[in-house]
Design a protein around this ligand. Structure first.
Ligand code: FAD
Length: 369
């Protein structure tokens, strides 16, 4: 099928063809719907390809598969980001999912009983829209980053690929989440004096690896999938607090940082004379800064009338509360602690697919809308 022909009027449009968009595509295909997935990237899997070179998933392969296609190979291994990207590309091909790449959606709004989507000169109309644009679209950097001296090389973790991007001299990694801890270790191995600023939001108390994949991950996954959800009293109590915090360290622990000679310093609170200053007032003379300060979800391309006062989705479990036919998938804590990860999004996708209204047809499963 030539997917480029799928323009104009559709039953369902999925915006974002990362793992979340592909997972719901699987169910839409199963339902024989008239649908299309639009993605801004040039190639399926690019969201993963663009991450740093040495990145391996922290989730074992046995939990990294999407609906209908287990991740190939050793189930207790931790795939590289490129292996995951290749898997996603193969997944779309295997199920013949209609994906158009290189299409950044610029506007989404509602007109009567349809949604209108615009990208460049192109326009699509659909009765239903699933927003699956991920939770890592906008890198977060403190406002004072712009005050760093021009001589300092600064990168966000989303721009970091390998230590070759850095110049000679000390490196400050800001933020001690999983990205910060892993990048700090990698950078310290290339003879850079490395400091990491901040405190982790806890550590998973088991050593990461095959044994954890076999025994601990099933427990963690069960908790994240079935206990810490918006459907349980404990989940409703704990999830808002979890949402406000970074994830605990999973693979790289503070003792690994110490062993690698990475110095932990307090939070960065500002910049003085072009150099970062930490909470105890110390000014650090550095040549490189890597901001591992996270991401924010942003929906500025969606008509504010379809969002809440804070420009965020008004939804429960991904179903928009007062915009029939609008759905969200893949956001942090959409329903469960693992909603934005591979072990969690298949279930959310299946649930959403069951909520997308079935078109009224005459003698066919698919409505010609
Ligand atoms: P994305 O993969 O970000 O895909 C969203 C897609 O939407 C992109 O392809 C993008 O091009 C497209 N898009 C965005 N905006 C538009 C637009 N306006 N128009 C058209 N297309 C658009 N999870 C795990 O389960 N295991 C791990 O080990 C793991 N490791 C991670 C490591 C890092 C460093 C990070 C940052 C995240 C990790 N995650 C991991 C979390 C999560 O699985 C990923 O963030 C995942 O990529 C989210 O999938 P997604 O489909 O929701 O979003």
């Amino acid at each position: 099928m030539n997917h480029d022909d799928l323009t104009g009027r559709l039953d369902t449009l999925v915006i974002g063809g990362g793992q979340a968009g592909l997972a719901i595509g699987f169910y839409l295909k199963e339902q024989e719907r008239n649908f299309l997935i639009l993605d801004a990237n040039q190639r399926i899997g690019d969201a993963w390809r663009k991450r740093w070179d040495s990145l391996r998933l922290f989730t074992p392969a046995k939990y990294d598969g999407l609906p209908g296609a287990p991740f190939p190979g050793d189930p207790l291994s931790f795939p590289s980001k490129d292996a995951l990207a290749a898997y996603l590309e193969g997944y779309a091909a295997r199920f013949d999912l209609p994906v158009q790449t290189g299409v950044p959606v610029e506007r989404l709004w509602r007109d009567g009983d349809r949604y209108i989507v615009n990208s460049g000169g192109n326009r699509w109309e659909a009765r239903n829209v699933v927003v699956a644009t991920g939770s890592t679209q906008v890198p977060e950097v403190p406002s004072f980053a712009g005050e760093l001296a021009d001589s300092v090389v600064q990168l966000h973790s989303s721009q970091y690929r390998n230590p070759g991007q850095l110049q000679e001299g000390p490196v400050l990694v800001v933020g001690m989440g999983n990205s910060g801890a892993e990048i700090a270790i990698e950078v310290s191995r290339t003879l850079h004096t490395t400091q990491v600023a901040g405190r982790p939001a806890g550590e998973i108390p088991v050593k990461h690896g095959r044994t954890a994949a076999r025994y601990a991950f099933p427990v963690v996954r069960f908790l994240g999938l079935h206990v810490l959800t918006l459907g349980t009293p404990i989940g409703r109590k704990v999830v808002p607090a979890l949402k406000a915090h970074a994830e605990p360290l999973v693979r790289t622990k503070t003792k690994d940082l110490a062993a690698a000679g990475v110095q932990v310093v307090p939070r960065v609170t500002g910049v003085a004379d072009g150099m970062p200053v930490v909470a105890d007032g110390t000014r650090l003379e550095v040549s490189n800064v890597i901001w591992c300060t996270g991401f924010r979800e942003e929906f500025s391309w969606i008509d504010p009338a379809l969002l809440d006062a804070g420009a965020m989705p008004r939804q429960w479990r991904g179903v928009a509360l007062d915009s029939p036919g609008l759905f969200f998938l893949g956001q942090r804590f959409l329903y469960a602690e693992v909603s934005d990860t591979l072990p969690g999004l298949g279930r959310d996708a299946r649930y959403l697919a069951s909520k997308i209204p079935v078109p009224v047809t005459r003698g066919s499963a698919v409505a010609a809308t």
